[in-house]
Ligand binder design. Structure first.
Ligand code: ATP
Ligand code: MG
Length: 367
């Protein structure tokens, strides 16, 4: 069995380090606080929440994923399903159905989990009051409401009024913890730091940084050893460096390395390069598609960026060298690359969002 996990929440023995963050989060929960957690993509925000839930059995965790939510109806659906997953009893289910009866919810059985799933028809007119009703059901003692990918609420037309009434309800639920979690640093931060936002100054900020390097190195080395591979210090270091401290990317690379090695092998720099080649081979179709989806200017811009060291910065000279003419054209190409998740903003500069895609581009010589 592959001892690394990627693309799923990790908890228990698969959860490495973060003792301090976990203790702090638990303290916030015990004090029924409002907290917003921000961090890069795949940095372990959701896993931290799941680990807190696992180790706080006396608490009811209502997990609501708002990724790509675009309508009020979908928002209601997500909250209702979060409540339902947590409720489990027949009474809780009928109470929930009663509360949202006017939305005429349909019930189906999830073919994978076997759980009941509630859905609201896109034709039903959903108001902010319907959303409030659901939040009111969540507000109980020793309850933690997690709104993951919270920044996506901004995709709903008129989201400002939703936030306004949500804030009023949340303020009154003094015994309930609310945790807002988000990956896109800027848009998430705006919600809590912009004076015009209904959530301005309403929650404690928590930033999730990298996992302690020594702890993560030992964790990864142990996992390789458990499968008879000998992890060298240089091998582990180059895995961590390639993943730039991002636990998701690091574990993904470990899976690639694992696939290319057998018991008795050493995990050295050559093994890491073979692992990278394995991932690039597996992903080449999707990387090619990514490239095909870029506009002419985005390709020019990316090609010029890749000749520089990360982090990339934008200047008039860059625009000229890239063949983009002006600063504003280069800026809009960069914006487009960020929207397509090729680039990631870091303060005033940019980095490649997916290190494997960047590596594949270097190898393939396509740009
Ligand atoms: N504490 C940890 N120990 C070991 N691996 C971790 C840890 N946290 C995260 N990971 C790795 O990162 C991956 C992504 O974790 P998770 O989904 O929790 O991150 P996220 O920040 O919520 O991501 P997203 O921004 O995509 O929602 C996991 O599948 C796992 O490979
Ligand atoms: Mg997440």
């Amino acid at each position: 069995m592959i001892p690394f996990k990627y693309g799923v929440f990790v908890t228990g023995t698969d959860f490495c380090g973060r003792e301090q963050e976990l203790n702090l989060l638990k303290e916030y929960i015990s004090s029924s606080m409002r907290v917003y957690i921000v961090g890069e993509r795949r940095t372990g925000k959701s896993s931290l929440l799941m680990e807190a839930a696992r180790t706080m059995p006396g608490y009811r965790f209502i997990y609501v994923d708002l990724r790509s939510v675009v309508t009020r109806g979908q928002l209601c659906e997500r909250i209702a399903n979060g409540l339902n997953r947590q409720g489990k009893t027949r009474q809780a289910f009928s109470r929930l159905m009663k509360a949202i009866a006017n939305l005429r919810p349909e019930v189906s059985v999830d073919s994978i989990t076997g759980d009941l799933k509630l859905s609201v028809s896109p034709q039903i007119q959903v108001s902010d009051v319907d959303i409030d009703k659901l939040l009111e059901m969540a507000g109980e003692r020793k309850t933690v409401v997690v709104l993951d990918e919270f920044q996506d609420i901004q995709r709903i037309n008129g989201y400002e009024t939703i936030l306004g009434s949500m804030r009023t309800i949340i303020q009154n639920q003094t015994d309930t913890t609310y945790i807002f979690c988000g990956s896109i640093l800027n848009r998430m931060t705006d919600l809590f730091t912009d004076r015009r936002s209904a959530f301005y100054n309403s929650a404690q900020r928590m930033v999730l940084e990298e996992i302690d390097e020594t702890e993560f190195s030992d964790f990864l080395a142990d996992r390789f050893e458990s499968g008879g591979r000998h992890a060298t210090a240089r091998g582990i270091k180059s895995i961590l460096e390639f993943g730039r401290g991002n636990p998701g990317d690091i574990q993904r690379l470990c899976i690639g390395v694992w696939n290319q090695t057998s018991p008795g092998d050493s995990i050295d720099e050559t093994a890491v390069l073979n692992g990278l080649a394995n991932i690039c081979a597996l992903e080449s179709d999707s990387f090619r598609e990514r490239l095909d989806n870029l506009s002419r200017n985005q390709i020019l811009c990316l090609s010029a960026l890749l000749k520089q060291e990360e982090p990339f910065t934008l200047s008039n000279q860059f625009a000229r060298v890239a063949g983009l003419g002006s600063y504003s054209v280069a800026k809009s190409a960069i914006k487009g690359l960020a929207e397509k998740d090729v680039l990631l903003r870091k303060g005033r500069s940019w980095v490649m969002s997916n290190p494997f895609f960047a590596y594949w581009l270097h190898l393939s010589d396509l740009l």
